[in-house]
Design a protein around this ligand. Structure first.
Ligand code: SAH
Ligand code: SF4
Length: 449
């Protein structure tokens, strides 16, 4: 979501004369878009700000002004404290307020130290306006689109409900319009994103609530859009129609990121996840029934307060039963203001470290087995960009694996049948068999007809 937000901030600033640069030394404005989910992410902000302070002073000595803004969830959580700790910062802006960036920067130029972390009543998305086609063309082949933000679940470890606020779903029309514009600019795959994306309940044209499955059916009708993905989902919100969408919507890719966090019912209850390990396994089974080739990925937290060895073994047991194609796993990080942070029985760091290593070894083994299983098979690959070597393109399988293939650059944006011939740790190599969908919009439209 921060990738998407950063893009939208640049969109919002473009009409005010800003362009992006990859060299911070050259920048008149640096926006740090920050994450508060774990302590390490939040602490990185201050070390980064220390470096930017030096850069700002250096530019000043050359007669150049620099504004520094901190955006995102650290901004939301820490507000004015950021300026107290680092007075080189000109502006602190929360994730619900970045549509106001141009005005806020203007105010900060007159008087540095502006903080805007209100949760505004207006809809940020409707205030962002439409980016130009030239900017949309920078999105590439695969783009994120936020459809839902915030969360009402209040898992005991998580800051999201406090930093991103209450659950909010964008209206369908505004999402469909955004996706259509992206497709028109060359995007062929969208990933619909939200902290709790499958709780989506945006308004349809008549104002009634719409499910994520219904939204995806509508988006699938956009000519030229070849692939749809969504993330991140909560197991409780895997409704029947969403599961059936995996059978009925051909553009919906067979890959589901479904965080479970733990395989122990005791820990899941303490986390306030509101489901058990067997509820999770039942969802996995229901999705596999309608879409047997579906690949699963998940998030795990080890060392949640009170996690005993038997609880951890239950997590290992769940992983063995599901078989994941990929996963993110973390040591529990106490977050200020969350219920679990004050819990008495924090797990010692060495115990967490050992459990994480054991879990990650198993998950890595499963990922490699999943990749190896594809070797020798022919799959559809969407080409996204040029590879590191001349004549090489990089694309993705339906199961989100990266693949390197020798293919001409005009095939970027097209889907081809590719035979997987070799594996490396983080990607696959394939041989082009034949094109399936051209990257050309007119040809795609006639295919659709
Ligand atoms: N909405 C998603 C997750 C959003 S946060 C869900 O319900 O699963 C992304 C991931 O960060 C979480 O799945 C969790 O594994 C991890 N995470 C969140 N808070 C954490 C914390 N305090 N310590 C360690 N990991 C955390
Ligand atoms: Fe955080 Fe996800 Fe739980 Fe919401 S559902 S509180 S985002 S972990």
């Amino acid at each position: 979501m921060n990738v998407y937000d950063a893009t939208r901030m640049a969109d919002a600033l473009e009409p005010h004369g800003y362009t992006t640069t990859s060299d911070p030394e050259e920048a008149e404005l640096v926006v740090l878009n920050t994450c508060h989910i774990r302590e390490r992410a939040a602490e990185k902000v201050y070390s980064e700000l220390g470096k930017l302070r030096v850069m700002k002073a250096d530019r000043k000595s050359r007669g150049l002004e620099t504004q520094i803004a901190v955006a995102g969830c650290v901004a939301q959580a820490e507000g004015a404290e950021i300026i107290r700790r680092q007075n080189a910062v000109d502006l602190v802006v929360g994730p619900q307020n970045y549509h106001r960036l141009p005005q806020l920067l203007h105010a900060a130029a007159a008087s540095p130290g502006v903080v805007d972390t209100e949760f505004p009543v207006e809809d940020k998305f409707s205030h962002l306006g439409h980016p130009t086609k030239a900017r949309l063309q920078t999105r590439g082949v695969s783009a994120f689109v936020t459809v839902q933000e915030g969360c009402d679940k209040f898992c005991a470890f998580c800051v999201v409900p406090y930093t991103r606020g209450a659950e909010y779903s964008r209206p369908m029309e505004s999402i469909v319009d955004e996706v259509s514009r992206l497709v028109d600019a060359g995007v062929r795959e969208v990933t619909l994103i939200g902290q709790n994306v499958n709780a989506y309940h945006g308004a349809d044209a008549s104002g009634g609530p719409l499910t994520l499955a219904a939204l995806m059916a509508r988006i699938a009708a956009i000519k030229g859009l070849l692939r749809i993905r969504y993330t991140t989902s909560h197991p409780l919100d895997m409704g029947d129609d969403l599961i059936e969408a995996h059978r009925d919507i051909p553009q919906l890719m067979p890959y589901l990121h479904l965080p479970v966090q733990s395989g122990s019912d005791r820990v899941l209850a303490a986390m306030n996840r509101r489901h058990t390990a067997s509820d999770y396994l039942a969802v996995v089974e229901r999705v596999r029934k309608v879409r047997p080739d579906i690949a699963f990925s998940s998030d795990f937290i080890v060392g949640f307060p009170g996690e005993a060895d038997a609880d951890f073994q239950a997590t290992i047991g769940l992983v063995e039963r599901v078989g994941f194609a990929g996963a993110y796993s973390f040591m529990y990080s106490p977050r200020p203001g969350t219920p679990a942070a004050g819990a008495g029985s924090q797990v010692p760091h060495e115990v967490m470290r050992d459990r994480l290593a054991q879990l990650q070894a198993l998950l890595e083994q499963q990922k490699q087995a999943f990749n190896a299983d594809l070797c020798g098979r022919t799959v559809e690959v969407l080409f996204e960009r040029e590879g590191r070597y001349p004549g090489q393109l990089v694309g993705k399988t339906p199961y989100l694996q990266g693949v390197h293939v020798h293919a001409p650059s005009h095939m970027i944006g097209s889907v081809a049948a590719v035979e997987i011939v070799a594996l490396s740790t983080n990607s696959l190599s394939g041989r082009l068999v034949h094109e399936i969908h051209s990257s050309n919009v007119e040809e795609l439209a006639s295919e659709a007809d």
